[in-house]
Ligand binder design. Structure first.
Ligand code: ADP
Ligand code: MG
Ligand code: MG
Length: 200
């Protein structure tokens, strides 16, 4: 397993495409337990990333992640923007000195740093029914040496059973049960895109 700067750029490109394709779906998930804008928010973020990428032409892994982070922080608007932004900022720091990611363990550590950024910024724990519920199992699975789409899907689906403790969905209490968390769904797309580039 090895990921180059080019691979990370393909990862973000695939993620951007998936967000645009699933914009309606993500906003629909956000309608019963939020304010119905998650797909639109994320689409603004990835469009800004693509524009900024073209302009800045980042040459390193760290600079690529930085461009993505800044786009999410400045353009997403909703709660999810600064949370993805914090995850990505931690990943910028973690990749400063490296040219390639050479093992699942290293990739898992990188995702774990991102996860720590979300938890700190959002004051979030596992099973609060947020994006953390996808990031955390993915980090663990990567560190254990594998990641596939079934594992990601399971983590995302599990948010359905949970009562939201953070974000807008938490206003609904018990009534948040039975719905997939939209941020967990966009994060699932993020890691689906990763699985695709690891296989290529
Ligand atoms: P907003 O709620 O401001 O409209 P979005 O709809 O773009 O923002 O994003 C909502 C998503 O953000 C939620 O589905 C959840 O995954 C995530 N989220 C919200 N608050 C937190 C938090 N404190 N910690 C982690 N994730 C959070
Ligand atoms: Mg919303
Ligand atoms: Mg909103």
């Amino acid at each position: 397993m090895q990921l180059t700067t080019q691979d990370v750029q393909s990862w973000f490109e695939k993620f951007s495409d998936k967000i645009k394709e699933n914009k309606g779906y993500l906003s629909d998930l956000d309608t019963p337990i939020g304010d119905g804008d998650h797909g639109n928010n994320m689409a603004r973020g990835v469009n800004a990333y693509e524009e900024s990428f073209e302009q800045k032409q980042p040459a390193t892994m760290s600079d690529t992640i930085q461009v993505f982070s800044m786009a999410m922080i400045s353009k997403v608007g909703g709660a999810s923007g600064p949370l993805y932004g914090s995850a990505l900022m931690n990943m910028v720091k973690e990749t400063k000195q490296i040219e390639t990611i050479d093992s699942y363990e290293q990739l898992g550590n990188l995702v774990e740093q991102g996860l720590a950024g979300i938890k700190k910024r959002g004051k979030t724990e596992f099973e609060d029914k947020t994006m953390v519920d996808v990031w955390e199992p993915v980090a663990q699975d990567l560190k254990a040496g594998s990641l596939d789409k079934d594992q990601i899907e399971k983590a995302k689906e599990h948010t359905k059973d949970l009562i939201a403790k953070k974000g807008r969905a938490s206003y609904l209490g018990e009534r948040s049960k039975g719905h997939i968390d939209p941020g967990a769904a966009s994060s699932a797309l993020f890691f689906d895109a990763l699985v695709e580039i690891v296989k290529e």
